[in-house]
Every structure is written in C-alpha cells, then in structure tokens.
Design a protein around this ligand. Structure first.
Ligand SMILES: Nc1ncnc2c1ncn2[C@@H]1O[C@H](COP(=O)(O)OP(=O)(O)OP(=O)(O)O)[C@@H](O)[C@H]1O
Length: 340
C-alpha cells in the first residue's frame, strides 16, 4: 500500500476544461486543538464538475465553508478569478460563488418564487431609497428579477410551483429550489453540499442531469456527495479528503481504483496517516484491557470452580455423615441422651 498523503499531486485539468476559476492553496482550518482541514490544495477550472468525497468527518463541509467566507482559514489562501476571496459570505457570493447547504436552508413561509428572488439580491442595484420610494427604476428591476427567477424555476422544473409555500414542497423539490436560489446570484462557480441527500434513485438521476445542464450554462460545479455512483458518473475530477487531508485527486477511474480510497471508506488504518499513531495506541490499550478482563474472568471462573468443588466435597461429607447416621440411628439419640 502506498502512503503518500501529500496535497501537491493536483491532477491535470480535465480535457476541454478552461482556465483556473477557483484556486485554493494550503487551506488549513483549526478549531481549538482539532485540525479539521490540513493544507488542502484544490483547483476548479471553468467548465469543470469536480467532486469532493471522503468519509464522515473528513472535513469536506469545513473546506466548503472556507471557500465561501463562512470560515476564514487558519492558514492558506483561496483565490477566485485570480483575486483573493474576501472573508465575508455575501462578498463571496457577489464575487461569483454560490452554494447550497447540507441541511436545506429555505425561507419556509415564503413562496417558491420569493425564495429565488431573495437569491437575486446581490445582483440588483436598486438601493434602500429606491425600494422605499418604489420609483420606475425599482419597478423595472423588480420585473427583471421576477422574469429571471421564473426562468430559473422553469430550468429546475419548479415553474408550476412558483406560488406554493416552500415548506409545502416535497424534500427533493426543496433541494431543487435551493439550487435555483443559488443560481439566482448568477455565479461562475456553484458549490453543492450533498445535493442528493434523502433523494430516491429517480430524483438523484434528475439531479445528475440538472448538474450537467448547469455546467452547460457555463457554470463550474464543485460537489460534495456520499453517493459514489452519482459522483463517478458526474465528475471530471474527484478529490478525496481523509482526516482533513487530500489523499488523492484524479479522474473517476483513477480514484475508484485507488486502494487507499477503498481502505479509507472501509475504515482500515492507513500507514503513516495523521491518526495512525493515536489509533494504534488506542487499539493496544483496548487489547490490553481485553486481555486483563479475560484474565480476570478466568481467575473468577477458577475461583468459582474451586468453591464449587469445596461445596461438592462438603456435600459429600454431609451425605456420608447422613449415611452413617442411617446405618446407626441410635447414635444420635444416644448422643442426645448424653447431652442431657
Ligand atoms: N464549527 C466547528 N467547531 C468545532 N469542530 C468542528 C466544527 N465544524 C466541524 N468540526 C469538526 O471538524 C471535523 C470535520 O467536520 P466536517 O463537517 O467538515 O466533515 P465532513 O467531511 O463534511 O463530514 P460529513 O460527511 O459527515 O458531513 C469533524 O471532526 C467536526 O466535528
């Protein structure tokens, strides 16, 4: 088994893909003593669909949060269209990165259309006074936004539900609405965090088609997903995070065939990986405790056996005595007489 867990082996750009759009270098995120993401490099080129996979707790969402201004990385740098990203999520959205969340975050009591309109606020120039005075500029901007929002709802297949309250949509449609809302900010890069979570196979297939259609609109996509079939069907390139570090990056065939990826998913310890020493210590301590417990149990069993044997011996003696008494019934009576 190979043991290289460095982050320098960035795969070559997929054929036909364009210039670098997102460029993350040495991104590290620490929470107190825990390093959730460690020195991760990742590039997404225009026209690409890139997958980010890894076991639970590998640091995928934390890395996403570092790309979208929700977290400021402890170390490293994220550039988008060759500019360092500002450390505020609304500024990142304005710069051209939109995202969806693992746990759907819609405005439950707003209509489907209103939810998409909220997503457009970074693209409307009308300010506070324009909204208050509701002059012709405001009405024109509002009409344009509505038109664009309706077009996006048609695109994701929710045009007929524009007036429904978002909370009344089935789960799969809520995920589509989140995508429409993210697209409303006119991004160059869309980050999807587990877009098929909770979906049935048909909905997952439809989401796959939707992501291809988004790419066909010139929007690059970076997607976190646990559904491997979805990822390997969809992505030009896949990066694998394990314990906060990038283990490997490559096309679907390369990643699928890498034994370290299989090991990571099956939970086998990786040689020289960051947690290996601690895991080995825990394993040794557990083995030691199990041995001590087994020895205890053995000693107890031996003790119990000895007691049983003693009890059996005592019983045998009692029985012998009883037998003797039966043979000489007068002994006791005589004894009793003597006692008196
Ligand atoms: N705000 C936080 N404060 C402290 N620890 C955090 C925080 N966010 C994440 N972590 C920790 O960082 C590690 C990585 O978590 P993260 O959610 O990024 O993993 P993930 O790969 O997205 O997992 P999953 O696939 O289960 O969503 C975990 O150990 C998690 O507990």
């Amino acid at each position: 088994m190979t043991t290289d867990t460095t982050t320098t082996d960035t795969a070559p750009a997929a054929p036909g893909s364009g210039t670098p759009l997102l460029d993350a270098r040495g991104v590290t995120m620490r929470f107190g003593g825990l390093t959730a993401v460690r020195g991760v490099d990742l590039t997404v080129n225009s026209g690409e669909i890139v997958g980010l996979i890894g076991p639970n707790g590998a640091g995928k969402t934390t890395f996403f949060n570092c790309l979208t201004g929700l977290y400021v990385p402890t170390e490293g740098e994220v550039r988008f269209r060759d500019k360092v990203l500002p450390p505020k999520s609304f500024k990142v959205t304005a710069a051209g990165i939109a995202r969806t969340f693992q746990n759907i975050r819609l405005f439950a009591n707003m209509t489907v259309l209103e939810n998409v309109l909220v997503g457009r606020h970074t693209r409307t120039k009308e300010g506070f006074w324009s909204a208050v005075l509701r002059g012709p500029g405001f009405h024109r901007a509002e009409a344009t936004s509505r038109e664009r929002a309706m077009e996006l709802l048609e695109f994701v297949g929710l045009g007929h539900k524009a007036d429904h309250l978002s909370r009344n949509l089935p789960y799969g449609e809520q995920r589509k609405l989140e995508i429409a809302r993210a697209l409303a900010s006119e991004p160059g890069l869309l980050l999807l965090d587990e877009p098929t979570a909770g979906m049935n196979p048909q909905e997952t297939r439809a989401t796959e088609e939707l992501v291809f259609a988004i790419r066909d609109r010139g929007i690059a996509v970076l997607v976190i997903e646990h559904d491997m079939r979805f990822i390997f069907n969809l992505c030009d390139r896949v990066a694998v995070l394990v314990q906060g570090q990038k283990l490997i990056e490559g096309d679907s065939a390369t990643v699928q065939g890498d034994e370290r990826v299989v090991a990571a998913y099956l939970g086998e310890p990786l040689e020289n990986d960051p947690g290996a020493a601690e895991a080995a210590e825990v394993e040794a301590a557990e083995a030691h405790a199990a041995e001590a417990e087994a020895a205890d149990a053995e000693a107890q069993a031996a003790g119990a056996q000895a007691t049983d044997a003693e009890a059996a011996e005592a019983q045998a003696t009692d029985a012998e005595a009883a037998g003797a008494q039966a043979e000489n019934p007068t002994d006791t009576a005589a004894g009793k007489e003597n006692d008196r």
